[in-house]
Design a binder for this molecule. Structure first.
Ligand code: PLP
Length: 435
């Protein structure tokens, strides 16, 4: 590389550490990246939970190239282009029944802001403007903008940024290693953690609460799988009190858990769903909020010439993103990728849990093609042990992700058993070598 590394202020990166020992990726195809020197790196994390169909898929590449030729941009306010409608229709077909309105954004963070605003405006449109509180969950991650950060529950992402949104509260997280360590799939214990929402209803009065937002599977905070019955119970409490339930499906969407969405995998339908990442296979930035028909209907009142929801982005439904999205969904359908994780889940779980006896391992968690390995922290140096495992894996040709001292795995859904074997063997070696 000829450019100096000085100018680029890298996101969510230890800039000084990285620039002393950079890790660069230059090419990608299928299950593998290549470094600038041509060294293959097995992608254990689908880029960043987004490249679900694997890299450089021909249909997607071609669709983007053709769209750039045909029409680069069209304004999304009071104008539209055909592929925006086509993609919304295809997304709605995959969503749980009744979730058939799709609002496009450019990222997961924007999807979260959009869903929170939709929830507030929905209640106001129905004459319940007193419902202004937003409830998140400890250890939740909902992106980095002010709404998402406020309902989020990762202290490292919050502490530097002031008091954030007012009127936000959090239910407790679902991590319960004393009862659930080494659960295969959904843990047996913890449905009752959902009752924490009743506590907040008691504190604030349910009539002040607009919405609750949770990730069906919490990814960024260390792969927390919902206990059996937990999401059902959350749904029941929301229904009892007229509170909207928002599922943040930015990582669970598009096949990650073995069904198109986590909602279907866990059998719970939310009122609003935020998605991004796998929507375009990561090839062009795009997100969306998927809403129940009745949410949309509540907005469709008043004079027809007035804008019903004063919200949107210059790049909402960008033509390149729509083209990539359509080609992505076609690829998923042709290759059965949205349910493939269910087929591979058993083998993936078996192999992953075989690491149980490796040094430092405190817990292993899995669902669909998501895996988490929690390590004991080094005394006085949290996150460093997992970082060293990450480095060890990268040197041995495997890309993983770490958050705190938890290793997260979320490989492309085209993965074969031999790749799973390679991931597990490389991890075993790295875990054995790390101090
Ligand atoms: C559950 C969840 N919500 C929101 C986001 C934010 O998405 P983005 O980085 O596209 O803004 C992420 C990103 O990982 C996520 O995992």
């Amino acid at each position: 590389m000829t450019a100096s590394m000085d100018a680029y202020w890298m996101p969510f990166t230890a800039n000084r550490q990285f620039k002393k020992q950079p890790r660069l990726l230059a090419q990608a195809e299928g299950m593998f990246y290549r470094t600038p020197e041509g060294r293959p790196i097995l992608d254990g994390v689908a880029g960043l939970w987004c490249v679900n169909a694997g890299h450089a898929r021909p249909k997607i590449v071609q669709a983007i190239a053709e769209q750039a030729q045909e029409m680069d941009f069209a304004p999304p306010f009071q104008m539209a282009h055909p592929k925006a409608f086509e993609l919304a229709q295809e997304v709605a077909k995959l969503a749980p029944e009744g979730m058939n309105k799709v609002f496009f954004t450019n990222s997961g963070s924007e999807s979260v802001e959009t869903a929170l605003k939709m929830a507030l405006a929905y209640h106001r449109a129905r004459g319940e403007g007193h419902r202004t509180r937003l409830i998140g969950r400890e250890r939740g991650y909902h992106g980095v903008n002010f709404g998402g950060m406020s309902v989020g529950g990762m202290v490292g992402n919050r502490k530097m940024f002031g008091t954030m949104l007012g009127g936000v509260d959090h239910i407790r997280h679902t991590h319960d290693p004393a009862r659930n360590a080494f659960s295969v799939g959904q843990p047996a214990h913890g449905a009752e953690w959902a009752d924490d929402l009743e506590r907040l209803c008691g504190l604030h009065d349910a009539s002040t609460i607009a919405a609750v937002i949770v990730e069906p599977v919490a990814g960024s905070t260390g792969v927390l799988i919902p206990p059996q019955g937990y999401l059902q119970r959350l749904r029941e409490i929301c229904d009892r009190h007229g509170i909207l339930l928002i599922f943040d499906e930015v990582i669970t969407g598009f096949g990650r858990t073995g069904a198109p969405f986590g909602a279907q995998r866990f059998g719970v339908t939310p009122d609003l769903m935020t998605v991004a990442k796998g929507l375009t296979n990561g090839a062009v930035p795009m997100g969306a909020v998927i809403a129940q028909q009745r949410i949309y209907d509540a907005f469709m009142a008043g004079p027809e010439h007035l804008i019903e929801f004063a919200h949107g982005y210059t790049y909402s439904a960008h033509p390149l993103a729509c083209a990539a999205g359509l080609a992505t969904l076609a690829t998923y359908a042709e290759e059965g990728l949205l349910t493939r994780a269910a087929t591979l889940e058993g083998y993936f779980a078996e192999q992953l849990h075989s690491l149980r006896d490796c040094p430092h391992v405190l817990d292993i968690r899995n669902i669909g093609l998501v895996g988490g390995i929690e390590l004991a922290s080094r005394a006085g140096a949290p996150a460093l042990r997992a970082y060293d495992v990450f480095l060890g894996c990268f040197q041995q040709g495997l890309l993983i992700r770490t958050t705190g001292d938890t290793i997260a795995l979320s490989p492309p859904l085209i993965i074969e058993r031999e790749h799973i074997d390679q991931i597990v063997a490389t991890l075993r070696q790295a875990l054995t070598r790390v101090a």
